[in-house]
Design a protein around this ligand. Sequence first.
Ligand code: PLP
Length: 379
Amino acid sequence: MHSIYLDNNATTPVHPVVLEQMLPYFNERFGNASSKLHRFGWQADEAVQIAREQIATSIGSSTQEIVFTSGATESINLAIKGVAQAYQNKGKHIVALSTEHKAVLDTLEFLGSFGFEIELVPVNRDGLPDLNYLSNIVRNDTILVCAMLANNETGVILPIKEIAQIVHSKNSLLLCDATQACGKIPVNVDELGADLLALSAHKFNGPKGIGALYVRRKKPRVTLLPQLHGGQHESGLRSGTLNVPGIVGLGAAAKLFLTNPNNFSEHCLPLRNELEKSLSNAGCKITAQTLERLPNTVHVLLPGIKADRLIAIVPNLAFSTGSACSSALAAPSHVTLAMGFTEAESYTSIRLSLGIFNTKEEIKQAESTIIAAWEKLRS
Ligand code: PLP
């Protein structure tokens, strides 16, 4: 039976063009990018420089502002812990949206046990933050505010520019987790007003285990204390031999998708709209349907059933009942709970996330399979 993959917010397949560019760097051009004395090292270093240029161009930064990491979780850890340690004399107050990814929330909880004061901003039923609340709690000793550009579970796009204005009015710094937005909508660090920005290649048809952290160098110059010490790689911010094939893949995927997210949108939006129309007509409830959302994400409530029972009877469909990172836990999603859904409602929700390889036929088959399974479980 043909399996239909609708879990692209969890991860995506590597695009063949990206893979082709990566392959030589596993064997033929295997050099260490830090080896300055021979051709093998120069070749690897040149590939890293090209990739750094590709990623910088795609988000509107300079190459010196890019730090390669192992993915968004590491980028977020470096940003939050690095700022906390570097600015603790200014203050110990850190703010985040209550719907942030666990990579943010768990890191903040960890810092809380070291004397940092963590405050979360509530969101409404659509997942939008209360900006008045944010304005009131950001103080002169607030060293960092963490806000994602797009939510991984609902696809809702957050008002980062407005958040940045509030944050900067108190001379605080903004970390924007753009992991889900990259490759799907335009991401430009200056337009957003981000001082730090996290991204991960495997969310936009690049390889797993590689990502980047953007660190603003001017107006203001952000200081971070490194979290990995060793050979002073990445300007001393992230020691460790560079993952050259991964970096090449990140650069290639950035060039294909990050620089021009319209291609993604043009492919996914009509499919998503079609899927939503059928599910709504059948009586399902689409979350935040009228809001600005990622062009590929459908978060939907299937009243009267538990989503894990539905997943169990549609083995040819791959999708999620929450974020991939939290679905190993039996607890309902912290995102929907923060949005004011009851536990019971949260358990009825599923996330369908489309990608560049999904076809119209697949979407048609997925919608009829889900609707039939839902009706069967309710009867
Ligand atoms: N932030 C968001 C919004 C995510 O959706 C994810 C992964 O699902 C992450 C961070 C973590 O990304 P990575 O898998 O690259 O560590």
